[in-house]
Design a protein around this ligand. Structure first.
Ligand code: FA5
Length: 348
């Protein structure tokens, strides 16, 4: 048995020494120490040997196995090193050849400015709300104190999707403003509230350099006890100053929206001339920015908020017009043109 083992060791080491590929080495491994390998078979048979022989063959066969494994490893490392060296010699790898660059997209300028606005309002404690783009006539008009025969409807003609009788809250329209989110938010969360609602809005509009049929607004709503227009002035001054990274002044002018009373327009001081008057602000020193006002009691009622206890203000501004002012974009139609030459100028 001892002799047999010695012979097996000699054969195994010889097999290893003549092997000239990793594949052959793998076959040798299976032949000797695989599940039915020659060395393993001897180890398995140990239990049937007489005690005397077991004492000699046991340690010997383990030693043979260990030596086989280490010779196999050594040869494997050697063959791998030879293979790598061969590859390095045969294959040309020029690290100076430029790789295949994958074009990376950019974030749309409107999204960029929207995220920026959201961040600033977030920092001032405003939560960000969302509402449906397909809206009921009730939320878009009636609930906002604009009944069907109100002249204000003419200013916000839109795309009507279904017949009035079919839906619970009147017909469906593409929302003309983000103001419906005011009522939806009050219904859902009650008072007090401090939210903004950015989103897409639609109007049946003849398009030109400053009008689109599809554009974006950001709505703001603050409801609490003892809220006044002074809060709104402070919030907007702070928001615009942070957005433009420059001190900005604001002023109110009277304006009319059926869902606020009093209704106002808010202008901010022209950033180009610092209020002195230039062609951008039509020599007035002010840029028209947004509609706003104190939320009408009827709207609070529609949202389920007690108007004797709470009051608040709301505003709505156009995101495209803000981005146009900020980046000096002369035509609103660029935004949805899909023109990469335009979009690539707004890399983050
Ligand atoms: C409104 O839509 C009111 N919901 C704003 C509001 C909210 C008032 C809360 C009071 C309280 P207006 O129709 O003025 O208001 O539109 C608001 C802004 O949307 C405008 O200042 C303008 O920046 C933008 N906008 C309106 N129509 C278009 C259009 N066709 N294309 C691009 N931007 C537009």
């Amino acid at each position: 048995m001892e002799k047999e083992l010695n012979k097996l060791q000699k054969d195994a080491l010889n097999d290893i020494s003549v092997a000239d590929s990793i594949n052959i080495l793998q076959d040798i491994e299976v032949k000797y120490i695989g599940r039915k390998g020659l060395i393993n078979e001897i180890l398995k048979g140990l239990k049937d040997l007489p005690d005397q022989e077991k004492k000699i063959i046991g340690p010997l066969s383990n030693k043979v196995k260990q030596e086989f494994i280490s010779a196999l490893e050594k040869k494997k490392n050697h063959l791998e090193a030879v293979e790598i060296e061969k590859q390095l010699k045969d294959e040309i790898f020029d690290i100076t050849v430029p790789g295949n660059a994958r074009p990376i997209g950019t974030i749309h300028p409107l999204s960029q400015i929207q995220f920026e606005c959201e961040n600033i309002f977030n920092q001032m404690g405003f939560a960000v709300m969302d509402g449906p783009e397909i809206e009921s006539e009730y939320y878009n008009f009636e609930g906002l104190n604009i009944p069907a025969d109100h002249p204000a409807r003419d200013m916000q003609d839109t795309f009507f999707l279904s017949d009035k009788h079919e839906e619970k809250h009147g017909g469906l329209v593409l929302r003309t403003q983000t103001s419906p989110v005011q009522i939806r938010t009050m219904e859902k969360y009650g008072a007090p509230l401090r939210v903004i609602a950015p989103g897409r809005t639609f109007r049946n509009e003849a398009t030109d350099a400053s009008h689109e049929h599809t554009f974006n607004q950001i709505e703001g709503l603050m409801i609490d006890k003892n809220i006044s227009l002074a809060n709104l002035k402070g919030v907007m001054m702070e928001f615009l100053t942070r957005l433009f990274r420059k001190e900005v002044k604001v002023r109110f002018r009277p304006g009319y929206f059926p869902f606020v009373e009093p209704g106002l327009e808010l202008d901010f001081s022209c950033l180009l001339c610092n209020g002195k008057g230039c062609s951008a602000c039509k020599r007035t020193g002010w840029i028209e920015f947004m509609g706003c006002g104190m939320v009408h009691p009827n709207v609070l009622k529609a949202g389920g908020v007690n108007s004797n206890k709470y009051q608040g203000w709301a505003f709505g501004f156009g995101l495209e017009r803000l981005a146009m002012m900020r980046y000096g974009i002369e035509d609103i139609r660029h935004f949805n043109s899909g023109d990469l030459r335009f979009l690539k100028q707004f890399k983050l």
